[in-house]
Design a protein around this ligand. Structure first.
Ligand SMILES: [Zn+2]
Length: 360
């Protein structure tokens, strides 16, 4: 009982914090929109520049702050039974005060792109259990609209009533990492998958203000939007290993900064994710992107598993969040660039982004 009361208290405290965060987020967003308009005007006057800044809040926020109808239509078109449900999802979301993009992303993930037994045979995208069966069987809805309505109600309760407004917060309830019923650790995929789908849908339209502006110059992006501080460069250094001084190559650059823990990491350029795994002793949770032409980039020490293998990314696409997993002494991104399998100094690739940004 005491536990329940403590939990309830925590929930209320959390709600207040999130509510305040929301207020700051809205005004912050307003300022960012103004800044963007000014930047666009200047860029227009200058006759077009290669540099652009994609809104405040990590790459998984919608650039305009609004639903991207084209991307939402096209993504849902490839999501089995969810094809053509955009207007329904937007309508239900506005009734329930939730983000239609988040709703769609979770529906797509939970139904395996609209192909699960629950949605195909029971019109039940939210996987709601029927209390009449002692919650042992899935509820059967007459229509998909009713099933989506049931799911919207559940999301409303989690997001509005419980204050779980971010994908990370919702993931801790929908798919708790380390849960007893998850022996294969699949829950670790929930947050990166839903985030990646939200981006495919055009980006979230609510509660996505954290992270900083994604800096894109030409077709390349700076990998950590929240900071441009390099804390360790590429090259040989002398370190003591088991009491013996040795020369070791630091094969990448480290990017860090005051508040970097948990902040988004984005792709340097377009490509496909070829590795997304945990390496306990070295890189921790890391992602490798193949950009074609023999060029690959590596993003190490993520706080949790990054986006899954096979994900197609663009410059500035969300990959994961900064952490300190593996062989790391504090939160940072360890970033490597490979050309034909050999590491090269990443600053050769990153400096033009910084130079391009300062020119504009
Ligand atoms: Zn490093």
């Amino acid at each position: 009982m005491n536990n329940l009361i403590a939990m309830a208290k925590k929930m209320v405290q959390r709600k207040i914090v999130l509510w305040l965060g929301g207020l700051i987020g809205i005004s912050g967003f307003g300022i960012i929109v103004l800044v963007m308009i000014v930047v666009l005007l200047i860029v227009g006057i200058a006759g077009g520049s290669a540099s652009q800044t994609v809104n405040g809040g990590g790459s998984y926020c919608s650039v305009t702050g609004e639903v991207n109808h084209d991307l939402m239509d096209s993504t849902l078109a490839g999501a089995g039974k969810l094809a053509g449900t955009k207007d329904m999802i937007i309508q239900l979301s506005s009734e329930k005060g939730i983000d239609p993009v988040l709703f769609a992303a979770i529906a797509i993930h939970e139904t395996g792109y609209g192909t699960s037994n629950a949605i195909v045979n029971k019109n039940n995208p939210g996987g709601l259990m029927n209390p009449a069966t002692g919650s042992r069987e899935l509820y059967v809805f007459d229509t998909l609209e009713e099933g989506l309505r049931g799911m919207a109600n559940t999301l409303h309760n989690r997001i509005i009533k419980d204050g779980l407004v971010t994908i990370e917060d919702l993931g801790s309830v929908y798919a708790p990492v380390g849960a007893g019923n998850d022996p294969n650790g699949l829950n670790g995929h929930w947050v990166p998958n839903v985030t990646s789908i939200a981006e495919e849908l055009g980006g979230l339209t609510m509660n996505c203000e954290q992270g900083g502006d994604v800096l894109i110059v030409g077709d390349k992006a700076w990998p950590v939007p929240s900071t441009k501080t390099i804390t360790s460069v590429y090259g040989f250094r002398t370190i003591k290993v088991n009491g013996v001084w040795q020369s070791r190559l630091h094969a990448g650059v480290d990017i860090a900064g005051g508040n970097v823990n948990g902040k988004p990491i984005v792709s340097y350029a377009a490509g496909v994710v070829t590795k997304s795994q945990n390496h306990a002793g070295g890189w921790g949770n890391h992602v490798v992107i193949d950009h074609g032409g023999g060029v690959q980039t590596l993003y190490a020490h993520m706080i949790e598993k990054g986006v899954p293998v096979g994900t197609q990314v663009n410059a500035g696409s969300y990959l994961g969040r900064v952490g300190s997993t593996g062989n790391s002494t504090g939160p940072h991104l360890h970033f490597e660039v490979y050309v034909n399998g050999q590491t090269v100094d990443p600053m050769l690739y990153l400096t033009p982004i910084l130079a391009g940004a300062s020119e504009s």
